[in-house]
Design a protein around this ligand. Structure first.
Ligand SMILES: Nc1nc2c(c(=O)[nH]1)N[C@H]1C(S)=C(S)[C@@H](COP(=O)(O)OP(=O)(O)OC[C@H]3O[C@@H](n4cnc5c(=O)[nH]c(N)nc54)[C@H](O)[C@@H]3O)O[C@H]1N2
Ligand SMILES: Nc1nc2c(c(=O)[nH]1)N[C@H]1C(S)=C(S)[C@@H](COP(=O)(O)OP(=O)(O)OC[C@H]3O[C@@H](n4cnc5c(=O)[nH]c(N)nc54)[C@H](O)[C@@H]3O)O[C@H]1N2
Ligand code: SF4
Ligand SMILES: [Mo]
Length: 694
């Protein structure tokens, strides 16, 4: 028997936990958290444990495919990798000849392994790289930039040392990052308090000391009242504020009328309880961690919700504090050199981005762009046409609203390519599918995690591919070779690793001992008072000139969101511990645990509508409808219904997931137009549905 343990990186979701795979005779037999990373505690989440089921799944693309019939018809020709690469390269050349390299767009799912495909696009000369983030965390990112001058990852979440954690629109115990879950549980064992502000009692609420069930979309009112109390009752950290925050007087003036009594009418949270809560926060300061949110592409006020969260953290002195949001460190903070990037081999394309990020919208980051506006430009050709699009680890037909509209935009493309390890609605609608090996069957580039104690990590191949699939670097090499980008062509992954590591003092062998290479001996907490924030004033900014110059107020007067009409509900959504977005429903192990989603609906409302728990209901909107089982519960706000996102699959190649549950994105008609220029993200929860028993 040949048995070995291989350090790798989980790929079942975007968190990418360090893991250890036990391999016996070429098969993965056990997966667990990397035992050398203390916060993993040797654990993976349920999805991480289902990695082997992904390998064994025959219902995934097994070889490159080129479309034969109409888009979406499902007629494919299986081809060799050479033929697939030639086909894609020829068509990309065609687009470059006719429209210039800017006519090529690529979107992905963000994350630390992007360097090869981003370098590929940059090398071709196109500025049009986007990630998925306008459907996820763009509002948080821009809120962070507007207050701190740097993105959301410039601070870390020091859950382990926190004394009070507040989760608003953030469900740590189900929308999982294993290390965060373990750290929060450790802190709670040591007495850390947990407050959850949500529209329904999720698992985090069940574990919380305090749960506020808030009216959907009224979070901004709640936060303004919290700021009012902190300032009015002098509960904030005045020394910190004087030194580190600018324009505090403007904030004081702005929140004057936003009292807890005022907020109660908007949020439904009793004024006395809010006041009590703020007093507790003040006692725990600065070790308070009010999470600024993650999936915040929900309302056109979500940017301001995140922005006020950063401001509240600042008032409590927790930005930069142990147990709060300490500033992260980069390799350079310890005198170490960072990784070499393939991206740096090519000059920045001179063309302006098609989506306007960075020029039409100068306050919005140009790096990851504005995905929905790139899609729009495919149709309008304004400011110029996009004719080839590569969905690289991205399923916008599931992850963006209104897939029918999006398909119309895609219909204008000459070439649509998907690089993916599973079927997805976008892959099914593509011209070419380039199948990626599942994560245990491939290696990835070395990546760097900026943290209190930064480290390098890398994914090693645990087993050989079962089907005719390839690793990212092999796919990019194959395309790059045909398009004259010789510096991106690697015959062996070791050559690429060596390129990245050259001059860093780290060798690839250094990963053998524990799977990761720390760049410091111990965590370092930077002193925020000695830190110059990258804002124009060098301080944490209540008023951001960058936004104001675009006519966007830093402090927006409160306006009540449209409420559902009689007989309608706001359609809300989130994640569960057993699935990742839309791409695990067909996984045998996870499907068995949770084959479909259900519709959470408030008991009192359900009684009126004669809807019973477990009964089938029809959800409808302007003539479109789907059926789903009801979960009748007291623990959801009566204005909302809620589903777990990612269900309601319609692809015949996914026999298990087929027609199970409801697809929330299909009830977001016109949703591609609903976005907020202040934060850049979509407003996916501004849609209403009707519900009736079947
Ligand atoms: N298991 C699992 N973990 C994941 C993922 C996954 O797919 N599966 N995906 C990862 C990704 S990409 C992301 S972005 C994160 C997302 O992580 P989170 O943002 O924490 O996840 P969600 O479940 O989308 O939403 C959190 C909560 O917001 C609540 N909510 C909805 N509307 C409102 C409202 O108006 N006000 C308030 N206060 N609350 C509201 C929902 O009920 C839900 O409980 O999770 C990551 N982790
Ligand atoms: N209605 C609605 N819309 C939403 C959400 C919601 O809750 N409701 N959630 C939003 C959120 S938070 C997010 S993050 C987005 C997620 O949207 P996406 O980023 O599109 O979601 P994923 O399903 O994680 O990944 C997309 C595809 O990439 C493939 N894939 C996964 N890992 C890899 C990889 O390592 N390499 C490659 N090449 N392919 C890979 C998967 O098989 C899948 O087909 O959706 C957003 N959209
Ligand atoms: S949170 Fe779970 S699925 Fe995501 S990377 Fe970690 S173990 Fe894997
Ligand atoms: Mo996300």
């Amino acid at each position: 028997m040949n048995s070995e343990k291989i350090f790798s990186i989980c790929g079942m979701c975007t968190v990418r936990c360090p893991i250890e795979a036990e391999v016996v005779n070429g098969e993965v037999v056990f997966l667990r958290g990397n035992p050398h990373v203390p916060a993993m505690k040797g654990a993976v989440c349920p999805r991480g444990a289902a990695g082997n089921a992904l390998i064994k799944d025959s219902e995934r693309p097994q070889a490159p495919m080129i479309r034969e019939g109409e888009r979406g018809e499902g007629k494919w020709r299986t081809v060799s990798w050479d033929e697939a690469f030639d086909y894609v390269a020829d068509r990309l050349k065609g687009v470059i000849d006719q429209y210039g390299a800017r006519g090529i767009g690529l979107s992905d799912r963000g994350g630390p392994f992007r360097d090869p495909h981003r370098a590929f696009l940059k090398g071709l000369g196109s500025p049009n790289y986007c990630n998925h983030d306008t459907s996820c965390a763009r509002n948080v990112q821009h809120a962070a930039i507007s207050v701190m001058g740097a993105g959301r990852k410039s601070v870390s979440y020091d859950l382990k040392n926190a004394k009070h954690v507040v989760l608003q629109l953030r469900n740590i115990f189900e929308s999982i990052n294993v290390q965060e879950v373990n750290n929060l549980m450790d802190a709670m064992e040591k007495g850390c308090k947990l407050t959850v502000i949500d529209i329904r009692a999720n698992v985090s609420a069940a574990k919380a000391d305090r749960f506020f069930m808030i009216r959907p979309g009224a979070d901004y009112a709640f936060n303004l009242a919290v700021i009012h109390e902190l300032l009015n009752e002098k509960l904030y950290d005045a020394d910190y504020a004087n030194e580190v925050i600018s324009d505090l007087d403007k904030l004081r003036d702005f929140v004057k009328n936003y009292t807890p009594e005022w907020a109660e009418k908007e949020t439904g949270v009793p004024a006395g309880e809010l006041n009590q809560f703020v007093r507790e926060l003040a006692k725990a300061k600065p070790a308070v961690l009010w999470h600024p949110g993650w999936m915040t592409a929900r309302y056109r006020t979500s940017f301001y919700v995140s922005r006020t969260i950063y401001i509240i953290n600042a008032l409590l002195g927790s930005i930069g504090a142990k147990g709060g949001l300490p500033l992260v460190n980069k390799p350079g903070d310890f005198g170490r050199k960072g990784l070499n990037a393939l991206m740096d081999l090519y000059p920045k394309p001179e063309e302006k981005r098609v989506d306007g990020a960075g020029w039409l919208y100068p306050h919005l980051e140009s790096g990851p762009g504005l995905g929905h506006l790139m899609f729009k430009a495919m149709e309008t050709e304004d400011p110029y046409p996009i004719k080839a699009y590569i969905a690289y680890r991205h399923d916008p037909l599931m992850g963006y609203p209104d897939p029918d509209r999006l398909k119309q935009m895609f219909d204008k493309l000459d070439l649509l390519v998907s690089v993916t390890f599973s079927w997805s609605d976008t892959a099914w609608y593509s011209d070419v599918v380039l199948p990626l090996s599942p994560y245990l069957e491939r290696e990835t580039v070395v990546a760097c995690k900026n943290a209190l104690k930064p480290y390098f990590f890398v994914r090693k191949r645990a087993v050989e591919p079962r089907f005719d699939t390839k690793a990212d670097w092999e796919i990019i090499s194959g395309l790059a070779k045909r398009l004259g980008l010789d510096q991106l062509v690697f015959d062996r992954i070791e050559d690429l690793w060596n390129f990245q590591l050259e001059g860093t003092g780290v060798k690839i062998e250094d990963f053998e001992a524990t799977g990761i290479v720390p760049l410091a001996d111990s965590p370092k907490y930077k002193d925020v008072r000695e830190h110059k924030f990258k804002t124009p004033s060098g301080k944490l900014e209540i008023i951001s000139d960058t936004w104001e110059k675009q006519g966007i107020p830093s402090l927006m007067p409160y306006e009540s969101l449209k409420r559902p009409e009689e007989g309608e509900f706001r359609l809300t959504f989130g994640r569960c511990a057993l699935h990742t977005q839309g791409h695990t429903v067909n996984n045998t192990m996870l499907f068995e645990q949770m084959p479909e989603n259900v519709l959470w609906i408030n008991s009192a409302v359900a009684e009126k509508l004669k809807i019973s728990d477990g009964g089938l209901v029809e959800v409808s909107q302007n003539g479109y409808s789907e059926e789903i089982r009801a979960k009748v519960t007291d623990f959801i706000h009566p204005e909302a219904v809620f589903v777990i996102h990612g269900f309601g699959h319609t692809l015949p190649v996914e026999s298990r997931a087929l027609h199970k549950g409801l697809a929330d994105q299909k009830f977001m008609k016109g949703g591609l137009e609903l976005w907020d220029p202040a934060g850049g993200a979509m407003a996916l929860q501004e849609h209403f549905v009707k519900v009736r028993p079947v």
